[in-house]
Design a protein around this ligand. Structure first.
Ligand SMILES: Cc1cc2nc3c(=O)[nH]c(=O)nc-3n(C[C@H](O)[C@H](O)[C@H](O)COP(=O)(O)O)c2cc1C
Length: 230
């Protein structure tokens, strides 16, 4: 299953089998993680740990993410690990973004974790099973790219984003406000990176060649422009 196809079947998995991944399976994930593309100028660090290093996490493993505190760095964590989330789920594992779970002894720069493990939880059968805002509420155009981006996961499912399509570009703008901003806070900048990964995969699926990804602004005005050739 491709990463693009997995966009339509993934789900947050909160129940895991007790059997951990074996050494070869973990080594394969480490290869995927090591090869995961990061945003230009960003260099987040990632660490795979077992349940003994985690607090409040039901899964047997997690990937811990470390980065700077800027909006672009937080978005980069979302962008990079969402590719891994899709890889895990497309490979038959379960995974869960977790702002609430924590490492037992967090190191400096720790930001968030992606829990994962074997599971018997069923994948979704298709886009119809997702609970999301309608495309018309999050995008100036209803097209296949917006429909795939719309399915991106976000903290507390607040979906703090808006998409603006123009010829050769799409901008994802941060639109968090009110209760969502209060509860999800900085996690919402990671959310922007998560939807960016879906956008990238959907544009590539449509045969577009991405020529630039540029985060800009900060705080309330944070946004990321993706330029592509038709
Ligand atoms: C940045 C981020 C943090 C999240 N933190 C948690 C968490 O701490 N606990 C939890 O159960 N789910 C967490 N979630 C999962 C979301 O609640 C979930 O993605 C959303 O409700 C959409 O559901 P879906 O992923 O099944 O499509 C988080 C998701 C994201 C993207």
């Amino acid at each position: 299953m491709t990463l693009y196809e997995t966009i339509f079947t993934r789900r947050s998995v909160r129940q895991y089998d007790n059997t951990p991944l074996d050494a070869a399976e973990l080594a394969e994930l480490q290869r995927v993680l090591g090869g995961a593309r990061q945003l230009p100028g960003q260099s987040a660090a990632f660490e795979i740990v077992g349940a003994d290093k985690l607090k409040g996490v039901a899964a047997p493993h997690a990937i811990l993410a470390y980065s700077q505190d800027t909006d672009a760095a937080l978005a980069n964590v979302g962008y990079t690990l969402q590719g891994v989330d899709l890889w895990l789920q497309g490979s038959g594992y379960g995974s869960l973004w977790m702002g609430m779970g924590k490492p037992r002894e967090p190191k400096p720069d720790y930001k968030i974790l992606l829990a994962f493990g074997k599971t018997s939880a069923a994948s979704r059968a298709g886009g119809g099973e997702f609970k999301r805002k309608p495309v018309s509420e999050i995008s100036n155009e209803d097209n296949a790219v917006a429909r795939a981006a719309r399915l991106a996961p976000s903290a507390v499912n607040f979906q703090p984003w808006r998409l603006s399509f123009a010829p050769g570009s799409v901008v994802v703008q941060y639109s968090g406000k009110g209760i969502g901003k209060l509860f999800a806070g900085k996690l919402q900048k990671t959310d922007i990176g998560i939807i960016l990964k879906h956008l990238e995969l959907a544009l590539e699926h449509e045969g577009k060649k991405i020529t630039a990804i540029a985060p800009r602004g900060g705080g309330k005005t944070f946004e990321i422009e993706v330029k592509f050739e038709q």
